[in-house]
Design a binder for this molecule. Structure first.
Ligand SMILES: [Zn+2]
Length: 329
């Protein structure tokens, strides 16, 4: 098992690729992370880029692989640490959470992890101690899943250190998606990778690249991730050039997570990315007898950030996220 990973194993001007072991399974095989360290010829910042903490977000992993394909040690300053697949068990099973664990565990919200914990805790612990703590900045690549799609936005954490939060916001803006989700009341995740790292003084963001339909949009989704990471590398002085940013970006504040209260067939009346007004009907649910059993209205004005695309819903299924636009930057 690879233990005690040492960044200096990668010499200046070298791209080092290896598997970092996490734990052993029942058949004696080892679960390991694909790790790449690109150490530029010139000194500079250290950036960690990770993907597929949620195993069904393969286009995020593909974006990371494309980044590794396009960056060579002689073109960057500093060090890029990249883990293409942060949750190999979930990725191989095409599952959001960790299969084989005692419960459905969300790796993205299990940091800093625990060496004596379950599988998810142990993965988080290895990533945190062996790699994340060695970086100065962190970008976590995510996408929506095929049945619950979202528009592209970065999520910046809120922690007690104002300096870290300010620098994380700047990182989120520079990534270059059209929307930036700032702190939202009632939606704090104290154990999220990005909150934990930012509270350690390492600005960290989640980049939700957006819609992950398995169709012709595929290439664009992973390209958004490549462009965003290149923007961050340029911002940190690790790559030459200026970040490519949209003319205007919207900062989102308060958000409302709508859930279905009845089971049946959802009939959506709003589109992803559409602006909605408080009280507006966003969907109805038709039951198996053909009767409308619920009319769903938005409790606040805002933009449809995420929307269910499943043909059926159960009571309690997440249905839609509405985000309030606070300002433009
Ligand atoms: Zn995700």
């Amino acid at each position: 098992m690879t233990r005690g990973f040492d960044l200096s194993k990668a010499k200046r001007g070298e791209k080092l690729q290896l598997r970092l072991d996490a734990f052993e399974l029942a058949d004696g095989s080892t679960v390991s992370f694909p790790v790449t360290i690109i150490r530029g010829k010139k000194p500079g910042r250290t950036l960690y880029v990770g993907a597929s903490a949620h195993g069904d977000e393969a286009y995020a992993a593909k974006a990371a692989a494309q980044i590794l394909n396009e960056i060579q040690p002689d073109t960057i300053s500093g060090t890029l640490i990249c883990v293409t697949v942060e949750n190999p068990l979930a990725f191989n099973a095409r599952n959001r959470f960790t299969p084989l664990d005692d419960r459905d565990n969300n790796l993205s919200d299990a940091f800093p992890g625990k060496a004596s914990g379950d599988l998810t805790d142990r993965m988080a612990n290895v990533l945190h101690n062996q790699l994340l703590l060695k970086a100065e900045f962190v970008v976590a690549l995510h996408t929506s899943d095929p049945e619950y799609r979202c528009i592209g936005y970065t999520i910046v954490p809120s922690v007690s250190s104002q300096d870290s939060s300010r620098r994380a916001f700047e990182l989120g803006r520079i990534f270059g998606l059209d929307f930036i989700q700032g702190p939202a009341p009632g939606h704090s995740f104290p154990k999220s990778m990005t909150n934990v790292l930012t509270s350690f003084g390492k600005p960290a963001i989640i980049a939700e690249l957006g819609d992950s339909r398995y169709d012709s949009e595929e290439e664009e989704i992973s390209r958004k991730g490549v462009r965003g990471v290149f923007n961050v590398l340029k911002h940190l002085g690790m790559l030459e050039g200026e970040p490519e940013l949209p003319i205007s970006q919207s900062v989102l504040g308060e958000r409302a997570n709508l859930r279905a209260d009845r089971g049946g067939f959802p009939i959506m009346t709003v589109k992803l990315g559409q602006n909605v007004s408080k009280g507006e009907k966003v969907a109805t649910i038709l039951n198996t007898f053909g009767k409308v059993v619920q009319t769903i209205r938005t409790p606040m004005s805002g933009i449809v950030l995420g929307r269910c695309f499943r043909p059926i819903v159960h009571s309690g299924d997440r249905f839609m996220i509405i985000g309030k636009i606070e300002r433009r930057v």
